[in-house]
Ligand binder design. Structure first.
Ligand code: F3S
Length: 63
């Protein structure tokens, strides 16, 4: 599974990095970045929960 953060939508709510810290980091300005495009199998549940709960709907599933 591959995820990406749309930087034009991210509002820095940090729900993603709290729910899936193994997948998402925050940059120096508090906006999310995906640590790597490919999500490790064991982290997929947390990653999908972050996708669902991002208030800005900024997380996209690429594959
Ligand atoms: Fe941004 Fe959504 Fe995370 S707004 S910081 S991608 S919870």
């Amino acid at each position: 599974m591959e995820l990406d953060v749309d930087g034009t939508k991210c509002g820095g709510y940090a729900v993603c990095s709290e729910l899936a810290p193994e997948v998402f980091d925050l940059d120096d300005f508090g906006f999310a970045v995906a640590k790597s495009g490919e999500v490790a199998p064991g982290a997929e549940g947390n990653a999908l929960e972050a996708l669902r709960q991002c208030p800005a709907q900024a997380i996209r599933r690429l594959g």
